[in-house]
Design a protein around this ligand. Structure first.
Ligand code: SF4
Length: 336
């Protein structure tokens, strides 16, 4: 195992929902965002702390991303894992504990492997625990394709050593205090692997199936220029209004709900286009990159005022009304 998985567990949901996204995304270079780099640093620290707890030889990682806030979030995750490890030790004489465990499903799907953050196996249950350091979107464990793939991989790998009947998937999102756990029976997971994952992955790897936009587009490399996604958003704008001439409150509320999604997508496309123009000098038909007005400032206002007055300029100051907060401070709230 090594290199880059063409069908990676983290993009599993996207591949199953929109199979042709796999070949489409392969046309784009890899993205490395500061959020991803911070996430990797957080995972490395968690791995170190858990290995240290397990008394394994390990080296403390170093990174500029280690703020107090990030380390606190990592601590919460580590604490949760220690609880799971101790519970497994109570329930089973010889539990399996895997930190940053490489999981391969190559025997089921060509080019499918990944790294599970934490795997604990006791006498009858596989626990897959995943650390998410994002704060923006809540991620749930229920039907989470990424974790289901890890669970299936571990089941294939260790199912013959332990009598596994249940696979428990947990997402720990410490920065928003979100812990989500979901269980699936080993039997159901095996059926899902055969009936859903394997045919879906085969379709994706062959570049077959239909494009389908949805929440899974969020991390797709094609998201800014994808036609299917654009069409999905533009559909939002095509609302059908009934008579009479004025919109009802319900219709206005419906426009508001759709406008949010539409605005967000339009902003993403705008940011992408602007970035391409600035970084890659891309020219968009009908648009010209205009440099913004520079924010010119005096380096020393007193010096400039003195020099201007000496030169005979007197009308150099402007009067403006102070802000509400300042006025309140001056007069007290009642007076205003
Ligand atoms: S942006 Fe969405 S619809 Fe387009 S290829 Fe990616 S996942 Fe599919």
């Amino acid at each position: 195992m090594g290199g880059h998985a063409r069908f990676s567990p983290s993009s599993g949901k996207r591949r199953l929902e929109c199979p042709p996204s796999l070949l489409l995304e392969e046309q784009f270079p890899d993205e490395e965002s500061p959020f991803a780099a911070e996430g990797s640093a957080g995972h490395a620290m968690a791995e170190y702390l858990i290995n240290k707890y397990l008394k394994k030889r390990t080296k403390r990682p170093v990174s500029d991303y280690y703020s107090d806030e990030l380390l606190e979030a990592v601590d919460d995750y580590v604490e949760y894992n220690i609880g799971q490890i101790e519970q497994a030790r109570k329930d089973c004489d010889d539990p399996f504990i895997g930190v940053e465990l490489k999981v391969s499903l190559a025997h089921r799907i060509r080019d499918c492997f990944g790294t599970a953050d934490m795997v604990v196996v006791d006498s009858h249950k596989i626990h897959i625990i995943d650390l998410k350091l994002g704060k923006g979107v809540v991620v749930d464990a229920e039907q989470n394709v990424q974790l289901m793939i890890y669970g299936l991989g571990v089941l294939d790998m260790l199912g013959f050593l332990y009598e596994i009947d249940t696979v428990e998937l947990t997402i720990v999102q410490p920065r928003i205090e979100h812990f989500s756990t979901w269980e699936i029976s080993a039997e159901e997971l095996l059926v899902w692997g055969k009936d859903v994952l394997e045919p879906g992955a085969a379709k994706a790897l062959a570049g077959e199936g239909e494009f389908k936009a949805g929440d899974h587009c969020r991390f797709c490399k094609a998201r800014f220029t994808c036609r299917a996604r654009a069409e999905e958003y533009l559909k939002l704008a095509q609302m059908e209004f009934a008579e009479p001439a004025l919109m009802s409150d319900e219709e206005i509320a419906e426009v508001l709900s759709k406008a949010d999604a539409l605005k967000k997508w339009a902003e993403e496309v705008y940011t992408y286009a602007q970035n391409e123009a600035v970084v890659n000098h891309k020219e968009w038909p009908g648009y010209k990159l205009v440099l913004g007005r520079s924010n010119r400032k005096y380096t020393d206002e007193d010096e400039v005022a003195e020099a201007a007055q000496k030169a005979g300029y007197t009308d150099i100051y402007k009067k403006s009304l102070i802000g509400i907060t300042e006025m309140e401070r001056l007069m007290g709230k009642k007076e205003i």
